[in-house]
Design a protein. Structure first.
Lengths: 159, 159
DNA sequence: TGTAAAATCACCCAAAAGTATGAGAATAAA
DNA sequence: TTTATTCTCATACTTTTGGGTGATTTTACA
């Protein structure tokens, strides 16, 4: 959990450290200023420079909807939602009154199978599957299988 | 009576007024002192703010020459994307040759909309959407829209 | 400026999906 | 055992989807 926390808040930590260093630097510059009274312009210049850089950095860092440009950079990251520990939302499941078989059909539906293919998997007729899907749609209050899958995923009825 | 009273307590009144003025003066001096003591910090803060804004403005305005920098920064940030900020997999996208419009249709498809509804959203005809979906299926190498959505999500083409 | 890719639309046909209704069999619950 | 639910299947019908083909118009780019 500790390393995880560190990793997750990497930016914040880095930012904090940077800020600390920056403040330290400023403090140092301030002392310099007191010692050499004529360094005021230099001090202000340094401030201006540093914060201009900070502004640029902030802008580049935090404003990246410039997908057009960033395109070539965003390489190789691929494996987002892998470590899946799916937890079925039984409350919602019971609330909706979905039967075991209906959930089963819903799961297969989510994998992109056709009704015919689902029927084959479950060794029942196509009509049976149609009945199930109809009931699923009714209970989920949707009209199409794509909506059903979308909603089921949203409700954690499905991984 | 009135003048009499005033005259009689002249000293006291003067003293009181003097005291009041003095207190007021002290108060004012105190404020001045506070402001003066922090004038430097305030000044530096203003400088910092202004130049931070300037930096942001510069970065946004002259983003073209700064792209190189953006690239490096972004690349370092790579892995820690645990938050739900969806990052589109542009490699795969380009690899598959999906056009902008096709991706758009795919996205709407993923929300469970019918072709007719998608056509309505995009202000084009149903036939056009059918053409798009067909091409999407072809490029994704799938047969049905449910499969397309499933695969698109797996490939991070879609949140 | 000409070419290629993308976007648009149409028509036809077939397959799949979805709706409505009814009904028999298995199962769980009372 | 009776009852309610679930699961099963069927038939008929409508809507949606998907495949194939071809054509016109934009748009981007060399």
């Amino acid at each position: 959990m500790r390393p995880d926390f560190l990793i997750r808040n990497k930016h914040i930590i880095i930012y904090g450290i940077s800020l600390a260093i920056l403040l330290f630097l400023l403090r140092w510059l301030q002392l310099r200023l007191i010692v050499f009274n004529h360094a005021f312009e230099i001090y202000v210049g340094a401030i201006a420079l540093i914060f201009t850089a900070l502004g640029i950095w902030l802008a580049l860092k935090l404003i990246k909807p410039k997908v057009q440009i960033v395109e070539h950079i965003v390489e190789k990251v691929h494996e987002p939602e892998s470590t899946d520990t799916f937890k079925l939302n039984e409350d919602t499941l019971n609330e909706l009154g979905l039967s075991k078989r209906e959930l089963e059909v819903l799961q297969l539906m989510a994998t992109g199978l056709s009704n015919q293919e689902i029927a084959g998997q479950l060794f029942v007729s196509l009509n049976t599957i149609k009945t199930h899907t109809s009931k699923v749609f009714e209970k989920l209050d949707v009209k199409r299988r794509t909506q059903a899958v979308e909603k089921a995923k949203r409700l954690s009825l499905i991984p």
